[in-house]
Design a protein around this ligand. Structure first.
Ligand code: FAD
Length: 248
């Protein structure tokens, strides 16, 4: 089985977010980047298939050269090789079109992505990719087994879980639950050394044009100060909820 894992390069969740150019550009100064957490679940599941069932695992990012340390981290975790499509990734459809070309050229059976990137939160790339390829697609996956060309997938639904089956080729948008959090891998020294020698192929984009442009970004309003009311003073709490918060 040939597996392709799509890796989005996103700011660490502890990053301070700022904007420049009249709030229309993200300021990447001082920002640490990581593998998108949902992609880490997908990559860990891919490693399981490689080790238990025999599969090759390629990781791919659509982005400029600054994303290479993130791809090297995926190689250190255990992927066999990496592909970087050398273009500025600025919208979901153009990213999906670039990824579709990689899938066609590489003949992958199973494409694993995250259900959304935690920076732009579009949640659109995997579905668009499956449509462009005419592959089956399952979103919000929390469990995946593959036997031959048949996949059994668990997905989260409101208040429960659905199990379904479908054939490869398949695109999966995964999330927490695809593997246990304790099974996520931190690259060790051997993995980091080996990753330096693994192929990271930079390929030219097909030139898919972005169809959206960012007009502006806005941060959420600062949270109001928190008032603590002693458990003994219920009347004070009711008064505050009634006259100040005006919620009762
Ligand atoms: C000016 C600008 C520059 C940017 N530069 C980069 C960059 O260099 N590298 C980068 O990764 N992002 C970059 N981004 C973010 C880029 O916009 C997103 O990758 C893309 O728009 C998809 O975002 P989304 O929120 O719709 O993805 P979603 O649909 O929420 O992502 C779902 C899943 O799709 C896959 N995926 C998403 N984006 C990519 C990608 N670029 N490559 C491979 N798999 C992907 C991942 O598995 C992800 O978990 C940039 C954005 C802007 C505005």
């Amino acid at each position: 089985m040939k597996i392709l894992v799509c890796i989005s390069h996103v700011p660490d969740t502890t990053s301070k977010i700022n904007f420049t150019e009249n709030d229309s550009k993200f300021d990447s100064n001082g920002v640490q980047y990581v593998i998108n957490p949902y992609d880490e679940f997908a990559l860990t599941r891919a490693m399981w298939f490689k080790e238990k069932q025999g599969a090759s695992v390629t990781v791919v990012n659509v982005g400029n050269a600054s994303t290479e340390p993130t791809l090297r981290k995926a190689l250190a975790i255990g992927a066999d090789d990496a592909i970087r499509v050398n273009t500025e990734a600025t919208d979901g459809l153009s990213v999906a079109k670039e990824l579709a070309e990689v899938v066609k050229n590489g003949g992958y059976d199973l494409v694993l992505a995250g259900k959304e990137s935690i920076d732009y939160n579009g949640g659109m790339v995997p579905g668009m990719l499956a449509t462009l390829l005419d592959f089956n697609f399952v979103n919000a996956c929390i469990g995946l087994e593959v036997d031959g060309d048949k996949a059994t997938i668990a997905r989260e639904i409101d208040g429960g879980k659905e199990t379904l089956s479908c054939n490869l080729p398949l695109v999966i948008a995964g999330q927490k639950g695809m593997v246990e959090e304790k099974d996520l891998r931190i690259p060790n020294m051997r993995g980091i050394m080996m990753a330096r020698k693994k192929p990271l192929n930079v390929v030219a984009p097909v030139g898919a044009n972005a169809v959206t442009t960012t007009v502006s970004f806005e941060k959420p309003a600062a949270k109001a100060a928190c008032k603590l009311v002693d458990a003994e003073h219920v009347e004070e709490l009711i008064d505050l909820l009634h006259n100040e918060a005006k919620v009762i």
